[in-house]
Structures are given as structure tokens and as C-alpha cells.
Write a protein that binds this ligand. Structure first.
Ligand code: PLP
Length: 394
């Protein structure tokens, strides 16, 4: 048989670089490649596998639902769909007048958010949508228009218009938000930018300004949601109530699913015929997400993310490596700022030693392990990461 790399080159669309390895199996916080080599997975499919791999709650929910009713189309509802809508509203604090739209990915959840923003027209003059420089909101054309990285947009214009990317400062917010803005869309921590926190007080000021000018405040919780940062949703640390959040990744624990959750008056913008998806909210995806979120609650994994995140941050800082400049993020979404552009080298050195982490840019390492990690995984991480740092320093 042709080896897997040549099959990738022959059969797969060239939208990504050649994959690092061929993974064939996972269990808990570990995965195995085709040669039987074991890796500690401290990336979790980029903040997706909240319960790790092959967790019984995840496996049983999929199996049970596949045996019962997998798909029905959006002409019909199903019990797991309504259960998940209610659960997401409760966890996000949107019980009163909240609504949920189900999609199949993060980009799709943001497409729905973008369309929601377009419906906040006012007298017709609200045509501006504001997002941040160096933000990431996905790769479909609408989500790409929102994404503040010109390099990703290059070659795909014309993109949907009216989107402006502003600097991530309170001053830029104050200079921008006015009556012509339909929505402000922000990540509470910029994950793809290398896990970069918003300035202190940013969301509070954003809420004041958007409220004063009738602008929707939409928070992209796709990477930060589902307990990852030590809160159910990262915006909750700020004490504000947004008009909408978008979620995906961790809420499915590996099942592709996304959602737009609205709060208050924003819940009345969409009407029948405005938006839809064949798969969105299907019983298989929503039953799995219910099981994942239920297990996160039952096992206290939001608290675990907070505690283990602090522990990891202290350990990483305590390594005293001259390569480490700063440790960013919250809970188990951790960014390590490096003193030199060696992130790819460091991530490769870690992989060679059996540790999966990732380098979103030349000077940042991202760590996003399953929320179930305990002492054993932290100890294994520390040994492997220290060895990788030593190898790169040498
Ligand atoms: N928004 C944020 C903040 C993300 O981190 C991502 C994915 O990395 C997306 C949107 C896009 O999600 P998806 O890849 O599921 O389309």
C-alpha cells in the first residue's frame, strides 16, 4: 500500500500543509500514531476534545442516539435538540428571552452571527461591522471577512463588505463605535493569534459603548467556550451580558457542531426563512453535545480547568527557561510567548518526544489539553516540555 504521506499528496486538497503524523487511536489524554508511538495530547484537536479521547460519556451518547434517531432535517424537532438549546441558554445565562440557532462548525456559527448583525439595521444606516485586527473567526467567506488577518483573505475578494478591523485598544473602540455600527464581534481571548488576552476592562467598555449606540455585542466563544478558560464562557469573567455568543469546538467534544446563542432583544431579529442548515441541530450532534456538557458539569471540569490551568501556568513560568517571555490565557487555554521565533522548532521538538502542542505563530506556543487532565498528565507534560525546551536552547 502507498504510504500515507503520498496518499495525502495524491488525494487530499492542498488546503493545509502535509500533516505531522497519521493518528489512528486515542484514549483519555493520549493518542497513538500508525507506528504505535504514543503522544500526550495537550492540544485536544485545538480545544475540541474536552473529555479527551474515547470518553465513555461521548461514545455512549453517540451510540445510543445513532441507534435511536440520527437525523431528521429542520422540518422537525427532536428531544436532544431542545435539551441542548435549554442547556446552552442556562450555561450562558441566557435563560430569559434567549434563543439558540444550531450550525455544524465555528465558521458557520459566525456566518449566522454576521447575518444577525445585518438584521440590526436601525433606519438603514447601520452598515458597519467591527472586528479586531489579528482576530480569527473562520474561513468561509463571511467568517473570513470578519477575520482580521489580511494574509488569509488574500486572493478571495471581493468579500462581504462593511467590515472594519480595528486595533485591540479601548481608545480604538471609543473612536469607532457609533450609530452606523450594526455589531462589534470579538474573541474574549484571541486563540489563533497565540492566546492573547483582551486589555483589562475591554469587554466592560465595549458593553457600555455598544449599549449606548444600539450596537450588537457578539462574542466569539468558539475556542474559549465550554469551560476551557475556567468559566463556562470566557465573557462571564467580565460580568457583562452580550447580545450573542458563538460556540463550537469544545461543546461537541469531537462531534462537529456550532451554535449562535442570543440574549434578550437580539433573539427577535431572525424570522422564519432567514437562515438554515440541513444538519444544524440534528439529534446525533445535539445528543452528543448534551452528553459532553453534562459530563463537564458532573465531573466539575470547569473548576478543574481553572485549577489545572493555574498549576500549569506556575509550572511553565517556574521552568525559568530563557526562551519563555510570558505565559498568557486563562484556565486550560494557555499561550506561551517566546523570546525568539522558535515556536515551530519547539513544537516539533515536543512532538519528537511524544508531546502534542502547537505553534500558532513564530513566537507563540498554544496549549489546550483535554479538561480532564490531572497530576499524572501535568507531570508527563512538564518532563516532555522541559526536554523540548532544552533541545531547542541547545
Ligand atoms: N472562531 C474562533 C475564535 C476560532 O478559534 C475558530 C477556529 O479555530 C473559528 C472561529 C472557526 O471555527 P471552525 O474551524 O469550526 O470553522
Amino acid at each position: 500500500m502507498t504510504d500515507w504521506k503520498s496518499r495525502v499528496e495524491r488525494d487530499m486538497m492542498r488546503t493545509f500543509n502535509t500533516p505531522i503524523a497519521m493518528l489512528t487511536r486515542g484514549e483519555g489524554c493520549h493518542v497513538w500514531d500508525a507506528d504505535g508511538t504514543r503522544y500526550l495530547d495537550f492540544l485536544a484537536g485545538i480545544a475540541v476534545n474536552a473529555l479527551g479521547h474515547a470518553h465513555p460519556a461521548f461514545v455512549n451518547a453517540i451510540t445510543r442516539q445513532a441507534n435511536t434517531l440520527a437525523h431528521v432535517s429542520n422540518y422537525f424537532s427532536s428531544p436532544p435538540q431542545l435539551e441542548l438549546a435549554e442547556r446552552l441558554k442556562r450555561l450562558a445565562g441566557a435563560e430569559v428571552n434567549g434563543r439558540v440557532y444550531f450550525a455544524n462548525s465555528g465558521a458557520e456559527a459566525n456566518e449566522a452571527a454576521f447575518k444577525l448583525a445585518r438584521l440590526n439595521r436601525g433606519d438603514g444606516s447601520r452598515t458597519r461591522v467591527i472586528t479586531l485586527e489579528n482576530s480569527f473567526h473562520g474561513r468561509t467567506l463571511g467568517a473570513l471577512a470578519l477575520t482580521g488577518k489580511p494574509s488569509l483573505q488574500e486572493g478571495f475578494g471581493p468579500l462581504p463588505g462593511g467590515v472594519e478591523h480595528i486595533a485591540t485598544t479601548i481608545e480604538a473602540l471609543e473612536a469607532t463605535i457609533d450609530e452606523r455600527v450594526a455589531a462589534l464581534i470579538v474573541e474574549p481571548i484571541k486563540g489563533e493569534a497565540g492566546v492573547v488576552d483582551l486589555p483589562e476592562g475591554y469587554l466592560q467598555r465595549a458593553r457600555e459603548l455598544t449599549e449606548a449606540h444600539g450596537v450588537l455585542l457578539i462574542i466569539d466563544e468558539i475556542q474559549t467556550g465550554a469551560g476551557r478558560t475556567g468559566e463556562w464562557f470566557a465573557f462571564q469573567r467580565s460580568g457583562i451580558v452580550p447580545d450573542a455568543i458563538t460556540v463550537a469546538k469544545g461543546i461537541g467534544g469531537g462531534m462537529p457542531i456550532g451554535a449562535l446563542v442570543t440574549f434578550g432583544a437580539a433573539s427577535d431579529l431572525f424570522g422564519p426563512g432567514h437562515h438554515g442548515s440541513t444538519f444544524g441541530g440534528n439529534p446525533l450532534a445535539t445528543a452528543t453535545s448534551n452528553a459532553v456538557l453534562e459530563e463537564i458539569e458532573r465531573a466539575g471540569l470547569v473548576e478543574n480547568a481553572a485549577v489545572r490551568g493555574e498549576q500549569l501556568r506556575a509550572l511553565i513560568s517556574g521552568l525559568g527557561s530563557p526562551l519563555i517571555e510570558e505565559v498568557r490565557g486563562h484556565g486550560l487555554l494557555i499561550g506561551i510567548g517566546l523570546t525568539a521565533p522558535v515556536a515551530a522548532e519547539l513544537s516539533n521538538a515536543a512532538f519528537e518526544r511524544g508531546l502534542i502542542i502547537n505553534a500558532p505563530n513564530a513566537t507563540s506556543i498554544r496549549i489546550a489539553p483535554p479538561l480532564i487532565i490531572g497530576d499524572a498528565e501535568i507531570e508527563e507534560f512538564t518532563t516532555l516540555f522541559r526536554a523540548a525546551l532544552d533541545a531547542v536552547q541547545a
